[in-house]
Structures are given as structure tokens and as C-alpha cells.
Design a binder for this molecule. Structure first.
Ligand SMILES: *Cc1c(COP(=O)(O)O)cnc(C)c1O
Length: 677
């Protein structure tokens, strides 16, 4: 781009709506720019000669850029535009040069540039999209147009013959062939050497791009056909596929092997892509979701106006985050890409995945506004669970014990974690599933944490270790040795300080259990200002959900976050990620289990423990009276002092009961993000 930017008078830049973000960014270097909303606009613009009359590029150097294939949905754009543009060049040098972004196209299609009169002036693509490796890009310049790049001001070692600095600034740039004039600095020579092998191996494996093209087209047309025919029980389609009306999966000139889609349930509500992605990862299926670096395509397919995108940004939406349904609309897209190595099993696996998880065999209940939301419905705390070591097994608090509740969470919950000895990163169950087999239990009378491993351990390793609950400094590593006393461990993206134990037996136990060099660390004591006791004695605690402005909840759907995110600044966040306490509802779990048993009679009900909650809430009374997913609309939870429950006559909620020493108020922060566990 330097060549155009440094041209006297700058340059005019036109780009197609389907352009990749990398092409859109070029506009920031241009003097003027225009985005073409569709192919017809481009055709009309090229027809309307001379350019200068109808356009604002006023005889300046001009460049029109577009993708040969949309990286969003694989639509293939016309390749005749560069030739058409060139034939309309007039004698006054009002030329519009063409830049073809072939990055998405050439991974599954040949590109024929043999006719120089029709070829783009500039063609770019990335070798890694074709071969996987090396990470090199390519720029192919039509020789007759190369002079446009010669006005580049920048030089580096490699593009300059001689330079003086200090008292006099003078330099002579290299004049040789075009590539020599463009090769600033050291070339990625190892990658360039590898390129030869990449060509050879690719040819050995796949023979030709024509074969790849017909293979991938065939797969894509099957995938498209199968996905578009999926229906819910009420006949509504499951997949909303973003295909251009002008393209066809039966025609590789208009369509590449990519399918862009979103999923909806039988009520027509959008399903969160983050959740689809998590489930797919469990099934070993990989695809990309989100904005796909194609802002024009996403905005037009999802009907997102600029104000909505700005609103979503203000509401916290960022490239790559998980709150992907805002204002009832998806903010991103699922993209399925097929390549030379894809096969029919891959196609079948994805279709089966959607059938298994997203095709409703029964109609989802219509969401209703729940007027009884602010009335006690015999909710009680069924059990309290803590996870003394982050990502390891739960320990259920005996109901005879009073338990400390601190602003940062339940006492002893995620007080410890396991840290990799090499990287100092906290281990998580997502990466090390065997952590689930580590069972810590608190022996408060003995003053120790006991840890057992439920799997097989090597013979010399004891099957239980005992860690003192005391934070006596002598148990921890000497400040002047290793870690400088504290190891700065990364926990879920944040740096926290933790103390590592000196005991080599402790480290050996965990290392043997997980086959990963790791050790146990403890957090420094958290701010334990206001403490309240949570009694878990029978009769059970009654709880009251508090709802505000009940939006119609979608039963069982992953709910949208509460309207105004609470400020977390003052909440001490320890190893417990951003949520100090995780709660689940027995009623929702019962409903989920019913659904599972209906769909697959052989899959038994799943226990509450798989959700790794701290507080399990349940409703007393018959299961038919339970209200599943009611918690989706709660904004706070009040746990009342112990009183015998009068199940015949539940007390209605008093407007604002005073926060007595024994009443606990909890804010509902957000839906849980750990559920994939
Ligand atoms: C991947 C892609 C790019 C970006 O290429 P990089 O080499 O990853 O920067 C640009 N345009 C299209 C159409 C692409 O598919």
C-alpha cells in the first residue's frame, strides 16, 4: 500500500462490501474511498464512463479492491472486473487499477492469470491458506502496472544502495527489478526455501487444484443440501444459511466450499454460537464463529445497522467474546470451511452434530412472563459444595456445619490451585481432565486438607496426601529461593500471586496423578471483612428469588446477561474466575434430565455435580410444580434465616426484609461460563 499512499496526491480507493477486514483497512491510507454495496453497484460504476465524471477520484491514482471469494460465505465474485476496468482506461490516464484478494479462493480453486489483458494489476494471497505452511503471503504484480509501486518513500536494509544520516540526509534507493525494490529488511528465507517442498508435497497429495475444486464443491453441495433440509418438529428450519441468491453450491464459478449459518430453535430464537462452538469442540469438530473479519458481509446478512454495532460495542461486545446474541439478534456467524483434506465423514459428522443437539423433537415451551416470580416458591438450599483446589473435585459441606461466606465467595472455595512447574500457569480441567479425579476434603478438626486421587497412581506414591490448613510461612518456599517467594501464576488470564509449598511429596503426588509437572499453591488470605454465617442445618434454608423487569425468559436457553452489568471493581476476585459463587437449580436439572431421557432413553440422568455449582437450590413439593429455568430471570437471591418450613402455606415475600445477621443477599452477576465442564 505504501506505493499508492506515497503517490503525489494520494489515491482514491474503492472496495467491495464482501471484502476482508484487511482490505477495508486500506481505506485509512486513501485520500478518498467508497464501499460498493453489491456487484450491481460495481458494474454500474464501471459502465458509467468516464470515471471522473460520475466519481470523485478526479484523475488521481485509483485502486479498486475485492475478494475473489468471500471469506464469509464462500461466494465467488466475478473475475471479469479487472479486464473491464482496464478496457475503460481513458487516454487521460484516469486509470483505476485492480487488486484481487485471492486468499480465500486459491485454497480450493485454481486461478488462471495467463491472459494478462484480463488479469488483475495486483493479486494477493497467503500460502498458508493453500499449504498450511509456510506463513508467507504473495503479491503478484502485472508488469505493466509495476510503476505505480515505484514512488514508495520508505526504505529498509535491502531496498537502499546508500544512506547518510546526521548532518546531511541523503539516500539512493535500489533500482533493480521490482521485487528488489520491495524487499525491505531480511527476507523470511527459511520460509521461502520451504515453499518448494510445500508445492511438491501438495502436488503429491492432491495432484491438482482442479481436483481439489471438484472434490470440495461436491462436499459443500452435500453439506448445504443436508443442512438446509433439517427441520424442527414444527417444520421450522434449524439452519439459517447465508447464501447469496446469485450463487449456487452446484456451480464452483459462483460458490466456494464454505457455508455460513446460524442456528435457531423451534421458536425461531437464535442459538448462541459460543455454545454451539463449545459443544462442537467436545465432538472434536472445529469451525470459526463470530465476525469472521468480514464486517460488510456480517452487517448485511445479520441486518446489523451501524448504530446497532456501536450499541453492541458499548454493551461490551468484542471480537471473540461470548455474549453473541444482543437485542435478540446474533452478532456473529458460524462458518464451515471444507478443504482438500475434508471428506464425507466430516460432512456427516457435522450434520449429525446439529441433529443431536439442535433439532427440537418436541416444541420448546413458549416463553411466558412469569408473574409469580416475586413470590417464594419453597426454594431451599439443598447442598453447599466447595472446590478447595480449583478445577478439582467437590467437597460437600456437611449440613451440621456453619459455613463462612465472604465477599469473595465461600470459605475455602478455590483456596488452592495447581500450577505447572514450567509455565507457572494454573492448570484447568479443560486442559487436564484428570483433575476431576482429584478429591480434596477438608478436615477442619484435624486442621488439614486431605487429597485423594481416584485413578491409578504409581506404586511409590501414597494414595492420600495431607496439607496443613495453616498458612504458617514455614510451609511455603523461602522468599529468596525460587519464584521469589511468590509465584505469579496465570489464572484465567489474570495474574495472581500465590505461595508454593516446599513439600516435595506434595508436588510429587500431583505430578504423578496428572502426569504433568505441577505443584500445589495457595492464595494469600483474601480480604475477609464482612463475614456472615450460612447455616445449613435442617430445617432447610428458605430462599427467595428477586426479579426485576421480568423479560420473557427462554426456558433452557443460555440466557442473555442482565441488562446492566454489575461493577466488579470492588469485588475481590480470586481463583474463582469472575463468579465467586455458582448456583444451579434442581428444578432446571430435573427438566434437563427429562429432556435427555426423552431424547435418548439409554443416556441416564446426569448428576448435579457435573455443573460444579457451589449452591444447589431446590424446590420442595411435587416435581410437577417445579418451575425450571426460573433463575434465568433472577437478579438477586435472598437466603433467609432458618425457620421451619410451612409447606402448606408458603409465606409471600415481604417487600424488603432487613438484612439481618442471618439473611444473606447475593447478586446474580451473570449466567455461568463454566458449563461446558
Ligand atoms: C485470510 C484472508 C485474508 C487475510 O490473510 P492473512 O494472510 O491471514 O492476513 C484476507 N482476505 C481473505 C479473503 C482471506 O480469506
Amino acid at each position: 500500500m505504501d506505493g499508492f499512499k506515497d503517490y503525489p496526491g494520494g489515491f482514491w480507493y474503492g472496495y467491495h462490501r464482501d471484502a476482508h477486514t484487511s482490505l477495508i483497512g486500506v481505506r485509512e491510507n486513501a485520500t478518498e474511498h467508497r464501499c460498493f454495496g453489491n456487484d450491481e453497484e460495481v458494474d454500474d460504476w464501471i459502465q458509467a464512463q468516464p470515471f471522473a465524471g460520475s466519481l470523485s477520484h478526479n484523475g488521481r491514482l485509483a485502486l479498486f479492491a475485492y475478494p475473489a471469494q468471500s471469506n464469509l460465505n464462500g461466494r465467488r465474485l466475478p473475475l471479469y472486473w479487472p479486464g473491464l476496468l482496464r478496457s475503460s482506461w481513458d487516454s487521460c490516464h484516469r486509470k483505476v487499477y485492480s487488486l484481487l484478494d485471492a486468499a480465500a479462493l486459491v485454497s480450493t480453486s485454481p486461478l488462471d492469470l495467463s491472459d494478462a489483458s484480463q488479469a488483475p494489476d495486483f493479486t494477493v494471497f497467503s500460502f498458508y491458506k493453500v499449504f498450511g505452511y509456510p506463513d508467507l503471503g504473495a503479491l503478484i504484480v502485472r508488469r505493466d502496472s509495476s510503476h505505480t509501486l515505484s514512488r514508495r518513500k520508505y526504505f529498509g536494509g535491502g531496498t537502499v544502495e546508500m544512506v547518510t544520516c546526521m548532518s546531511e540526509n541523503w539516500h539512493i534507493k535500489k533500482q533493480g527489478s521490482l521485487h528488489e525494490q520491495l524487499e525491505d529488511g531480511t527476507l523470511p528465507f527459511h520460509s521461502i526455501i520451504t515453499l518448494g517442498s510445500a508445492f511438491d508435497v501438495h502436488e503429491k497429495l492432491f495432484r491438482s487444484h482442479d481436483r481439489i475444486s471438484s472434490h470440495t464443491s461436491f462436499l459443500a453441495s452435500r453439506l448445504y443440501r443436508d443442512l438446509s433440509s433439517l427441520r424442527h418438529v414444527n417444520g421450522l428450519p434449524v439452519c439459517t444459511i447465508y447464501k447469496d441468491p446469485s450463487s449456487s453450491y452446484e456451480d464452483s464459478l459462483t460458490q466456494g466450499p464454505i457455508i455460513a449459518l446460524n442456528l435457531r430453535n423451534s421458536n425461531g430464537r437464535w442459538i448462541s454460537n459460543a455454545e454451539v462452538e463449545k459443544l462442537a469442540a467436545i465432538k472434536n469438530i472445529q469451525f470459526r464463529t463470530g465476525g469472521l473479519c468480514n464486517p460488510g458481509g456480517v452487517a448485511s446478512f445479520l441486518h446489523l445497522a451501524p448504530w446497532e454495532m456501536k450499541r453492541n460495542f458499548s454493551a461490551g461486545q468484542r471480537c471473540g467474546n461470548e455474549d453473541d446474541i444482543l437485542g435478540g439478534k446474533p452478532t456473529g456467524i458460524i462458518r464451515l470451511s471444507l478443504g482438500a483434506m475434508s471428506n464425507m465423514q466430516d460432512v456427516a459428522a457435522f450434520v449429525q452434530f446439529v441433529e443431536e443437539f439442535f433439532v427440537d423433537r418436541q416444541r420448546c415451551p413458549e416463553p411466558t412472563v412469569n408473574v409469580s416470580s416475586s413470590v417464594i416458591r419453597n426454594l431451599y438450599v439443598e447442598s453447599l459444595n466447595i472446590y478447595p483446589i480449583k478445577s478439582c473435585g467437590a467437597w460437600q459441606v456437611p449440613s451440621s456445619l456453619d459455613w463462612d461466606l465472604r465477599p469473595e465467595g465461600l470459605a475455602w472455595d478455590r483456596e488452592w490451585c495447581l500450577v505447572h512447574q514450567g509455565t507457572q500457569a494454573a492448570l484447568s480441567q479443560k486442559r487436564v481432565p484428570r483433575m476431576a479425579l482429584i478429591h480434596p476434603s477438608l478436615d477442619l478438626e484435624g486442621g488439614v486438607l486431605r487429597v485423594r486421587y481416584a485413578g491409578q497412581l504409581p506404586s511409590l506414591v501414597p494414595d492420600e496426601i495431607v496439607v496443613p490448613l495453616s498458612d504458617d510461612p514455614s510451609f511455603f518456599q523461602d522468599p529468596t529461593v525460587q519464584f521469589s517467594g511468590m509465584c505469579s501464576s496465570r489464572v484465567c488470564g489474570d495474574f495472581v500471586s500465590a505461595y508454593a509449598y516446599t513439600s516435595s511429596q506434595t508436588a510429587a503426588f500431583f505430578t504423578a496423578a496428572l502426569s504433568t509437572p505441577c505443584t500445589l499453591v495457595r492464595l494469600p488470605p483474601g480480604p475477609s471483612s464482612r463475614r456472615s454465617k450460612l447455616h445449613l442445618q435442617h430445617p432447610r434454608h428458605r430462599t427467595q428469588p428477586v426479579t426485576s423487569s421480568p423479560e420473557p425468559p427462554i426456558p433452557g436457553a443460555f440466557p442473555t446477561p442482565p441488562p446492566s452489568p454489575p461493577t466488579l471493581d470492588e469485588t475481590p476476585i480470586l481463583l474463582s474466575n469472575e463468579s465467586p459463587i455458582l448456583t444451579i437449580s434442581r428444578s432446571s436439572l430435573n427438566h434437563l434430565n427429562q429432556t435427555i431421557t426423552q431424547r435418548s432413553p439409554h443416556a441416564g440422568p446426569i448428576p448435579a455435580s457435573v455443573f460444579r455449582a457451589n449452591i444447589i437450590l431446590a424446590q420442595s413439593g411435587p416435581e410437577s410444580d417445579e418451575i425450571p429455568y426460573d433463575e434465568d430471570s433472577w437478579t438477586a437471591l435472598r437466603i433467609l434465616p432458618n425457620k421451619p418450613l410451612d409447606s402448606e402455606n408458603p409465606t409471600p415475600l415481604t417487600p424488603t426484609p432487613a438484612l439481618s445477621a442471618h439473611t444473606i443477599e447475593l447478586d446474580v452477576l451473570a449466567p455461568c461460563r463454566r458449563c461446558q465442564m
